[in-house]
Design a protein around this ligand. Structure first.
Ligand code: SF4
Length: 228
């Protein structure tokens, strides 16, 4: 399992738990506003896996959970055995995914490897490729979300409200999704690193906190469990 970064202790990445966050390199999407561009452009450095293993072994009982994020973790062939290894140490596991690999998520569900899933739904289906690159498809993401709902998994779906998403886009997304236990609208922040071709797109003025709250109120008419 390749790991390209680690936050040893976080209070914000796993709801209600103290967690260690592991960043996995590589992604099949290319969202123009990606905040982990070094993980997707190959400029990352791999962390020594023995260091990560030894850290997790020593912190049993001191840290509650491990968050696997990226990049896109489901692209790693070793993901499932790795989750099993961490689970066997006694940690709760949260998997962050762009939702593009329903088959991998289905296997993780079948083997009960994760305790919490966070899936991004990034745009209305008709704008997925424009915003997340040519490999992106909302259909796969919706499949993943439906699998998780049908399995009663602990799930949140997240959307970063980039300035390019208007009120109508968010309402379309809310209607495309099944009713969710938690739908999180996240504020957009300009990434430090981006492609030159996206200079104008990333510089658009973000919504303010109060605008996001208004949008969340509107979206909650369709998705009652929306939070900003
Ligand atoms: S899916 Fe996530 S990691 Fe991949 S490009 Fe988009 S924002 Fe970046």
């Amino acid at each position: 399992m390749k790991i390209a970064g680690m936050i040893k202790s976080s209070l914000i990445d796993y709801p209600g738990l103290i967690s260690c966050v592991l960043f996995v390199p590589g992604c099949n999407y290319n969202c123009f506003y990606c905040h982990n561009r070094s993980l997707i452009d190959g400029s990352y450095v791999i962390v020594d896996p023995r260091m990560v293993d030894s850290f997790l072994e020593k912190r049993v009982g001191l840290i509650d959970g491990v968050v696997i994020t990226g990049g896109e973790p489901t692209l790693q062939a070793e993901l499932l055995p790795y989750l099993k290894k961490i689970k066997n140490l006694g940690y709760k596991i949260k998997l962050d995914t762009n939702g593009s690999s329903p088959l991998v998520v289905e296997q993780a569900l079948n083997e009960k490897l994760c305790d919490y899933y966070a899936v991004d739904y990034k745009a209305p289906a008709s704008r997925y490729k424009e915003i997340c690159g040519n490999n992106a498809s909302a259909n796969e993401v919706l499949k993943t979300i439906n699998l998780l709902l049908n399995a009663n998994a602990q799930l949140e779906v997240r959307t970063t409200v980039i300035p390019q998403l208007k009120k109508d886009d968010l309402m379309t997304m809310a209607n495309e999704l099944p009713i969710l236990p938690k739908f999180v609208l996240k504020k957009y922040k300009k990434p430090e690193k981006y492609l030159p071709v996206d200079t104008k797109r990333v510089a658009k003025k973000p919504y303010t906190d109060s605008e996001i709250e208004q949008l969340a109120k509107l979206v909650s008419t369709v998705q009652p469990n929306t939070v900003a």
